[in-house]
Design a protein around this ligand. Sequence first.
Ligand code: ZN
Length: 349
Amino acid sequence: MLLADGTVRTYFALPPDYPFEPAPLPPLAHIPRHAGPEAWPPHHQPPPHQQQFPPHDAKRKHHADPDEGFSRYPKQPRFEAPHHPSQMPPPVDRQAVRKAFLKYSKMLNENTAQKRSYLEGGRVPCLPCGRSSKDFADVHGLIMHAYNPPNADSFVDHLGLHKALCVLMGWDYTKKPDNSKAYQSLSPDLVRASREDLILWPPTVIICNTAYGRKKDGRSEGMGNKEMDKKIAELGFAGGKSKSLYGKEGHLGQTLIKFANNPAGLKEAERLAEFLERQDHGRVGWSRVQATHSLDPDTSPLLVETDNRGEKKRILYGYLAISSDMDELDSDSRKRATLKSRKDFDASD
Ligand SMILES: [Zn+2]
């Protein structure tokens, strides 16, 4: 699609069945904040220490242990404690699984090429245990493995990955995955809700359409940080710090507004996002602009307006940054950012 700054971008960030222009969507407040009942993490216990080991582990054992016959898998690898049936495994640590979910969500979203390989449903590796993509036919195979991890040591990490993958793919993490693939059906509203729950931290609003056009040397210029700080303050929003994004050809037409990393900062960021949304200048409004071909960036009424003094102004679009926006950030912001669940703040309101 053609962006306001004249560059063309493929919209690979969402799966092919994602409703690109969902019509019509309920207002944010009416969308449930999570998919399905809170049946997650699953109630099953961590598996006993045993079972399949990646081939390299088996090989290592053969070298370390000349007594082991080549045809035998080691029954108990040395690095794990023996399993006694009388010792019940500890219950699932929900807090730890939640942390693992946020960690793997960031890992899945921060690398554009990696994210694309997961979304396109090809062969993908397992991040927690490092099994290669050859071990899984597709993302479904990896999800089955993550939900039924091979050993207790990596149980929490694998469950975190299971949920992160489901949210990325738009699937239902609260349903047990099986070969019927029923867990892969989720209504567009719930897909959107589970994705929009995963917000960038510190709270960030991505403002679009902030480029002015190209200078004579071909470089694009746009709103500077101070100018945007002033604009946001004039609109009545406090505490936001602007950071315009630049690429090889200059201003990218996007500016991040970062708010304080506390509940008050989140409220202010949400207030700004809702202000833009009310004018249909939110995420869906901006997608619509991007999908409209041959817009003249200097005259299109979708991009510029004339104020009452007769001056032309860029129309600002913007939305609260979520996990899937991570690859739009500059590398420094991406490295520093973490993800949080918006639901966690509702609980403390
Ligand atoms: Zn694994």
